[in-house]
Design a protein around this ligand. Structure first.
Ligand code: KG4
Ligand code: ZN
Length: 366
């Protein structure tokens, strides 16, 4: 009586992920990361990431199956991240998914990576309420969304970042502070014991005065590039006076600024749209201060907060399987021509399903 077992494959950045989901339940998963190979470059090197995916893909799929106690014969559908992400990295996952779907003679679903981040939460907390407000905060994206039926409906963007993503901001600030890549976890760790009020870093686009005209149009938009500059000036001032950098205070204050802006806007969006549930997802949702401040502000506003556990916040295959499972159960059509599915590295988030064909992918200018 159960539905199909969906195998999800993720390879958009530096994590190779595979997961198995049926009827909203996570059966097993595995992730391999090439993070360590990028550290000395201070960021993900696309060619290194793509090669690492090639090497990791088969073992990761095998490990996920073993984790679930299943074999390939049990897989009833395959879902894969078709975009957005690094083109070469995406191609590895899409090629593997096509090969598996073809060999097993099962349907293939191309999936939007960010819809995967949203669906990750369903594996922990069950079906999403309709509607809910979703704050996606990852290394490449920061968006406030109004989500209805994730599998069937168009996704409404209430606001997006005008420049850097929140994770990108953490990664760049960490560099300025001499902390390793990836910067988010490093800042989270460095901030422990620091005073978040030690430095008054700006709160961009919160309408707090200095923004000048036009802020009203940016009620739910974000801007984080100025924080990187502010952190650099702060570090320079210390270097110029020869005083040691109070790293814990600086990290805590930056983290506070990011968490404050994210949660303030997310709660305001819930209120304005009369929505009772906020879902916070993506790599930055693993941040301890973002989680704590979101919890406090949602509690004060009477809003239910859902945040996946940190291991489901960063990239993984289970979240892609979760989208595939939702699409299967909603009766959404799989890719009409599975072998023609290609990648769309800059796909905007419009729907959970993403089935780019070669002509469409080439037609878009980045
Ligand atoms: O969602 P994700 O794994 O990959 C993308 O789709 O981008 O997000 C990665 C981002 C990186 O910028 C990383 O620094 C950030 O998530 N991140 C964190 C934490 N863990 C990961 N940022 C703040 N605090 C954390 N604990
Ligand atoms: Zn991601």
């Amino acid at each position: 009586m159960g539905g199909a077992v969906v195998l999800g494959i993720e390879s958009s950045c530096d994590e190779t992920g595979a997961g198995l989901v049926r009827d909203g339940r996570l059966l097993g998963q595995a992730v391999a990361s090439s993070m360590a190979e990028h550290v000395r470059f201070g960021g993900v090197v696309p060619e290194i990431a793509a090669r690492a995916h090639v090497q990791a893909m088969t073992p990761v799929v095998d490990r996920a199956l073993a984790d679930a106690g299943l074999s390939l014969r049990d897989v009833g559908a395959v879902a894969v991240t078709a975009g957005p992400g690094l083109a070469g990295a995406l191609h590895v996952g899409v090629s593997a998914a096509k090969a598996l779907a073809y060999a097993l003679d099962v349907p293939l679903y191309g999936v939007h990576h960010l819809a995967g981040h949203v669906a990750a939460d369903t594996l922990e907390h069950g079906p999403l309420p309709d509607p809910c407000v979703v704050l996606i905060v990852s290394g490449g994206h920061t968006s406030l969304l109004l989500v209805r039926d994730l599998a069937r409906d168009r996704i409404d963007h209430l606001g997006d970042t005008l420049d850097d993503a929140a994770g990108e901001c953490f990664d760049k600030v960490a560099r300025v502070l001499g902390l390793p890549y990836p910067g988010g976890p490093a800042i989270d760790l460095a901030a422990r014991g620091g005073d978040p009020a030690a430095v008054a870093f700006p709160r961009p686009l919160t309408g707090g005065g200095s923004g000048g005209g036009g802020e009203a149009a940016h009620t739910y938009a974000f801007s984080f590039s100025g924080l990187k500059t502010a952190a650099a000036r702060w570090a320079e001032r210390h270097h110029a006076t020869g005083t040691p950098l109070p790293l814990a205070d600086g990290a805590a204050a930056i983290q506070e600024a990011v968490a404050d802006v994210l949660t303030r806007k997310a709660v305001a969006a819930c209120r304005a749209h009369g929505v009772g549930t906020l879902v916070v997802v993506g790599g930055v949702a693993a941040n301890s201060r973002v989680r704590a401040l979101a919890a406090a502000r949602c509690a004060a506003a009477g809003i239910a907060l859902r945040v996946p556990p940190p291991s489901l916040c960063t990239d993984n295959g289970a979240m892609i399987a979760a989208v595939g499972d939702l699409l299967v159960r909603a009766g959404e059509p799989p890719a009409p021509d599975p072998l023609a599915v290609t990648v769309d590295p800059s796909a905007p988030l419009e729907r959970a399903a993403l089935h780019p064909a070669p002509a469409a992918a080439m037609g878009r200018s980045v």
